[in-house]
Write a protein that binds this ligand. Sequence first.
Ligand code: ADP
Ligand code: MG
Length: 340
Amino acid sequence: DSYLNPNYTFDNFVEGDCNRLARAAGFAVASKPGVTSFNPLMIYGGVGLGKTHLVQAIGNFMKNKAANKFVLYVSSEKFTSQFINAIRNNSLQDFMNFYMQVDILIIDDVQFLSGKEKTQETFFHIFNHLHQSGKQIVMTSDRPPRELEGVEDRLLSRFKWGLTADLQTPDFETRIAIIQKKAQAEGISIAYEVIEYLAHSIDTNVRELEGVMISLLAQASLTRREIDVELAKNTLRHLVKDSEKEVTIDTIIEAVTEHFKVRIPDLKGKSRLREIVLPRQIAMYLAKELTNLSLKSIGYHFGGRDHSTVIHAIQTVNDLMDTDKDISSAVNKLLKIFRK
Ligand code: ADP
Ligand code: MG
């Protein structure tokens, strides 16, 4: 058992600026394991950005190409618990022998080796043996090697022998492509409008994006409703309530419209009346303060305004906060609702 999941492939790993180098390095390694200078290959990045997917894709690619090669994927936790069992059962030599036979060792989330000195020592010996024999080693970590605390220096310096590449948060266009790819894989069609809404609203990581899509599909089939922006909004709102997660643009808009007694369509509409424009600008300001959304995304949620309009709104509110007591207390009150 190599613990490989055949669903993770290069084909369904969407390429974007956020992952181009890591993906290319992964593909080079998969095509010529052990012989490129990318040994070890170290992929790092935050949670849900595709580390496991990418390294599993490397493993699957190699396995399909050369069935006789021993490709092994293992999480660092699993490696550690196997090691502890081996100690307990007096079978450390078997454990070492097993790992030293591997042609391609993929070890996921090495940050979990931190502080585990004996496990690290054993991994160090396996690493050296495999590397000297021209076998490929692929690792992932949630942070760059230099920030791995509690990992021995001699091991860290080995990690830096090959190539280190990071995975970043996908940009808007890549998020669109990922949603389209997932929808296609599920065999469903989603209107572009909905895809754009999701891509604008979820800019944390791919796992979160997938989670929302799964809930959305479930909602649609349970309620026999069409997948439209309204349903997508509902789904997001439920998810936020369930986990008491971050503030969303919609909860901000709700709070602002309630406070200023204006209607949501007005806030998103074209009105130039001061009693509408000011709440709209305050809502944009709050969105910038309270969410990670880009200026472009914020503009999108306010009737498709462009980012310079958003910048102007933020500046205006900033200025008013200094000069107008009523506005400053209203804004602070709204901020407090979300920051409690
Ligand atoms: P990590 O290991 O970095 O926490 P995962 O590899 O588990 O992240 O990715 C989380 C989810 O997002 C997986 O279902 C994965 O298939 C998907 N995913 C991540 N990046 C991409 C991408 N570039 N293209 C398609 N799916 C992706
Ligand atoms: Mg992972």
